[in-house]
Design a protein around this ligand. Sequence first.
Ligand code: DGY
Length: 321
Amino acid sequence: MKPKVLVTRRIFPEVVERLRQHFDVEYNEADRLWSPQALAERLREKDGVFLTPTERVDVALLDACPRLKVVANMAVGYNHIDVAACTARGVLCTNTPDVLTETTADFGFALVLAAARRVTEAERFLREGRWQTWSVHMMMGREVHGTTLGILGMGRIGQAIARRAALGFGMRVLYHNRSRLPEAVEAQYGARYVDKDTLLREADHVIVVVPYSPQTHHLIGAAELALMRPTATLTNIARGGVVDDAALAQALRDGRIAAAALDVFEGEPRVHPHLLQVPNVVLTPHIASATETTRRAMAELAADNLIAGLGCGPQAGRPPT
Ligand code: DGY
């Protein structure tokens, strides 16, 4: 008998087809969002799950699904999964690093540019019919090339952003990370390791790329925003909750910083109402990895991990990432 697996959201037909070669698959092709109870109900008799950041794996779910052996997460971030609880029960958790690094870095850089150059604000101005004439002072933004980028979190994505900044835009790169990178890696981007406060004080543009954890909750709050230059921008492509959105909205309203760009939000898909009221913030719906090529690669990798994790097919024995 084939192992039973659940695919929690609509993915790609060929990936589902591949999973069906190994598993008895229940597939949420309708792409409905399930309540925790509905998810537990469907997962009760399953051996594995292919899921996304919209599904939470916590103790209650694990208790309700004693057969579960593998959680294959189609994302690199896994703050929606209680990995410690999974490990304690012998449930293997996998994620999809690497395949989304460059695409996510592209989008992070797009947001830095959009915030600095007021791209969405200018577009709204035009669409609303407010553009009367070319003028010298209209929609002036901040320079990006040749300025200083501060990167909080220098993992794979942080380093891909550093490369774009240093080699493409001639920026000086400061970074802060749990641990310092080897000198040879720093040298590739001319990146300088500094403490968080120095980074916030000196950067013209700050981008946040750390994983979410209790330690990084509100890593950027009112006190940190107060350290930043009034001309600086802040971009968050990490996870909601790493930035205190209420404090950020207040800082934008008060002109404490010049602009911001957010792809992730505390309690998303809800967005703090004050953020919706300030013009100088670019808001996007958690799409940093959303290109056809990358989302397919993420789905293929999550499927590989599920197949290997449940010990099926040619990948069996290959350690999941
Ligand atoms: C990730 O992979 O963690 C992204 O945020 C989801 O697209």
